[in-house]
Write a protein that binds this ligand. Sequence first.
Ligand code: C2E
Ligand code: MG
Ligand code: MG
Length: 721
Amino acid sequence: MRTTTKKLETNWSGKMSNNKKIRKTGIFNLSSSHTHIWKSNLSWSITLIVFLTIMFVHASILALSVKNEELKLLGELREKALSSITPMIDFRIQGELTSPIKQYYLNRIVSTTIIQGMVIYNSDREIIEAVGQPLAMTLGRKDSLNKTYRSYNGESYEVIFAPNELGTNFIILAKLDSISVKEELKRQVWKSITIMLLLSGFVTTVLMIALGKWLLEPIMFLKQDLEEAYKNPENPDISTSPYDEKNEIGSAIKIAQELIKENANNLKKIKSTAQDKIHKLAYYDSLTNLPNRVLFIQKLYEQSKLVADGKQKSFAVVALDIDHFKDINDSMGHNIGDAILRAIGKRLRLALPESATIARIGEDEFAITMPLGGSVQKAVEVGEKIQSVIKSEPFKVFNENFQIRASIGVSTFPTDSKDPDQVLKNADIALNRAKEDGRDTIREYLKDFDEVVQQRFQMLRDLRNAMENEELQLHYQPQFDMKTGKIIGAEALLRWWKKDNSKEGGKFISPGVFVPIAEQSGLIVPIGNWVTNKACKTAIKWQNEGHNIRIAINVAAAQFQQSDIVSNMQQVIDETGINPHLVELEVTESVFMDDIKHTVHVLDVLHSMGVELAIDDFGTGYSSLSYLRQFPIDRLKIDQSFIRNALENPDDAAITRTIIKLGHSLNLKVIAEGVETKEHEKFLIEQECDEVQGFKYSRPLPEDKFLEFINNYNGNLDSLS
Ligand code: C2E
Ligand code: MG
Ligand code: MG
């Protein structure tokens, strides 16, 4: 009977309902085994085999015993017949031809005794008398005297009485009435069959009950456990086995239960490990093991709830971006980049209090949130702390020291916004401002930033329309050779004539305002393609007028990364038929900050096509001397800020001088832009600068005006002022 200890039940099914527990009692199992036993195919099969075996054995025994019984009964019948014959024999008659039994007696024997017919043979086996019913059996000379004959229907039995039995020389064959033997045998067989059936029925029932108890019930128990394990493999509702482990089924149940338990434990372990993994993947950054953006935002919501519940006053959100991280990645490889990111995460985690959440929310962007109050009252203080942590000492990675700088934007909940998502966006806006303001700095979110951002969006929309409405134009500013005074080139400069309702019908927007926005949005790519096309077409027009001058075109860094500048240039050359040597692309040093390998390759290809290359605003960027040797550059363009201040500021004068010397030592031409006065010009002549461009000679002019200017120019720089 199945019994269950309460303790084990709760172990295995702590949450089981009472109903379920009742299902586990022995009563249930006993009655169920009783009902099940009659439905069990196995029990029926075993029982049927046992039943048939009993029947077979019994039938065999019966067959043997019937034969013996028949022999015994026939023997008795024969004895009876003999005793009916012998008193009638006349022993005096020994002659061979006369019957030893008188006719009268013979008739009496066949009519009153079980003897139905008789044949008397003499010693020579000749028939001397036959009486009553004819016999089927005959006696030949060589026949044995033990011969008998049993009729087909069993109703007669023919026997031979030998001379020694009769006490005379004669032999008597007698046909005996054996119906009584047949009847007796029939009775005995029926009795035996009845006993056999009763016995088989009894044995079968006992066997079924025994099978039910010792075989079926434990199998049902095991089956129930297995079904349970199948339905609910993690928490199978199984109970202690009441079966003796010493017997085979009991030990099989024990092993099965252990397997089920082990399987459940393994499944639980696997599931919880998988859940941990999924959780990690969904909420953590695999590189730094810090929370990712999703978890960070969740934390912001948690904190905002604390503020709403009055448990916390406010919290800071800091967005941090590593300055020039892409350079490190490009120049040193991703392994170093990854190691630095890991080190930054680690250092921040160690330096900031437990209450701070540090997350990696972008490639080189981290976000930090921290409750405000107590010693830290302002979000900007958190930003400052973070900046000092980053800058305090270089990061040592693979035995190299990296001095990392970061741009930081801070925002406060609920001061800057009551929406946790928006606070992070605000910190990002402040971060962008920090980047624009020269990086390595902290900016706190201000409401005006939003307006600036909105204005930028508006300008971007307007700029897209401007392209379609052909509001963009090119102006051209002449470039001169200082020694000969000749116009050797013109720089194409973008102008946006933005139509409005003023009486002028619109106003010029400076490229200084819209080019950076176009660069950020990628709009500079189609604009740049248009500029190149338009500038080259204009240059061809001038050539047709006899002015073989170079056209300088400004190219933004984004054009190198986001477009196929080479095929675009080739297409313009093919379409306009311009001599590539008369096209110069001006790139700023920022182009070298991105993907250096790619930039070198593109510049090489362009140069091999014959296109000239100049570095614009030289001296303001990274000014790494190494790239000057690496790249196929033809010209350095000294930034106008140095020229403007050269006369007052000895440093700027020294820089200008150095740039000119450097250019010459590398066999490059040097052009100065922003030349506004005679003094500027004089200084540049002294420094042997090769070429000049500036307001002193001409402002950038529309296409027709430029042609006018060039036609009227007398070749003497002094005539221009
Ligand atoms: P940039 O390439 O350095 O161009 C020279 C800028 O200096 C021009 O300003 C020009 O008008 C101005 N300039 C020339 N001589 C003098 C001078 O004597 N004194 C002063 N104060 N300024 C002088 P602009 O046209 O406003 O262009 C500003 C910047 O916008 C350009 O600087 C260039 O970086 C960018 N830009 C202009 N056109 C394009 C373009 O087609 N594509 C791209 N990507 N950028 C352009
Ligand atoms: Mg330029
Ligand atoms: Mg410039």
